[in-house]
Write a protein that binds this ligand. Sequence first.
Ligand code: ATP
Ligand code: MG
Length: 357
Amino acid sequence: MSDQKKILLLPGDGIGPEVVAEARRVLEALQGGDFNIEFSEGLIGGCAVDAHGTPLPDATLEKARAADAVLMGAVGGPKWDTLDRPLRPERGLLRIRAALDLYANLRPVLCFDELAEASTLKPEIVRGLDILIVRELTGGIYFGEPRGVVEEGGQRVGINTERYSESEIERICRSAFEYARVRDRRVCSVDKANVLESSQLWRDTAERVARDYPDCALSHMYVDNAAMQLVRGPGQFDVLVTSNLFGDILSDIGAQLTGSIGMLPSASLNRQGQGLYEPVHGSAPDIAGQGKANPLATILSAAMMLRYSLGRGDLADRVEAAVKRVLANGLRTGDIAGPGEAVLSTAQMSAAVVAAL
Ligand code: ATP
Ligand code: MG
């Protein structure tokens, strides 16, 4: 049986192509024996608008459907900010998530102690932090109907609708419990059940799902309290599961607790385990094309891909260990370097990871 995995690379815009190229080098270094990859490439975001007049060409979507997993860089930049909404690069991302039904967004909030030890300690960095935020990605207020801006009583009214079905809540809660099982077996469900009906259903459904996971503990928290607790005592959390909107906000708080946005990976998965993997950071137009970008967030996203879509947790472990070793050896890109520390280029950093493998 050939075990060749199909990976679609979507470099995107800004620093996207630079960091995806380096993650590819790391994946290539793992090839051999029973692990082989067939890479293909596609366009998404601003570069796709320039080439084909749409941020998500059909050809890209077809390739994505045929792939075991997709590794993306980032989309967007000032060049496309003034386009009409359907042409905006970010639309390409929303559309591919919806088309592949990538409902489970995993955002590890992980502080590398190797970084916290050595570098200039920002006061907000929390050593030893290891949380997994599981955000519902294809429902809720970002997609609910009715929506729009309407005329009402002589003025304009903006409308969005928070909407969740039981089945949507159930599948994301199940995902959260499954991930909790290979962690500390604690799930905290975040909602606003004291005010929102959709949240009340969320809470009831989480309770029902929890009965299938008697080995895990479920707690509930209102989102305002969860935001405060994340800043005050983030060490209390293991797995957080929440809606699209709340997850968007809480995961950005989480990112700040870890020290560098250039270090954080993410995964978006569907029921078949197919996934889109991307760094948490954006296209960083301010440093694009200068070889300054930290490739570790994308390399760690590739590790998540190995673990969650390619069934190779063993190789994911190797990549993560290599990243830790590189950091422990004091190697730094500009975003994670302290004053006076030597700064590596994007390519030098990934070369160091490959060497550590
Ligand atoms: P988006 O709207 O796409 O989220 P953004 O402007 O909010 O974009 P980023 O593009 O992530 O955010 O950039 C925020 C800051 O972090 C910029 O100064 C950028 O240079 C820096 N940055 C982002 N990613 C990296 C990286 N991989 N390595 C180094 N610096 C980075
Ligand atoms: Mg942003």
